[in-house]
Design a protein around this ligand. Sequence first.
Ligand SMILES: [Zn+2]
Length: 86
Amino acid sequence: MYLSMPTIVESGLSSLWRSLRGERCLCFHCGEQMRVKNALSIDVNGTRQPMCCHGCLAIVHTVIRNELLDEYMANKAATSVMVKND
Ligand SMILES: [Zn+2]
């Protein structure tokens, strides 16, 4: 048995699953997975970013309004390194 097989099969299945269930995206703020058609969005540095709910939208909106985006992004990068598990 190849140790890498389960990983390959699993990722192949999950991408198939995603395509069957409709296109998905991750919330810009909390990383929650959602359907693209259900996502809210906000303009961050000229790029439209998906948001899962009005709570996340309000947080990012507040960050942008208070010009804390650089700090927010730095914090976000640090957090995503910590939670990265693949
Ligand atoms: Zn969210």
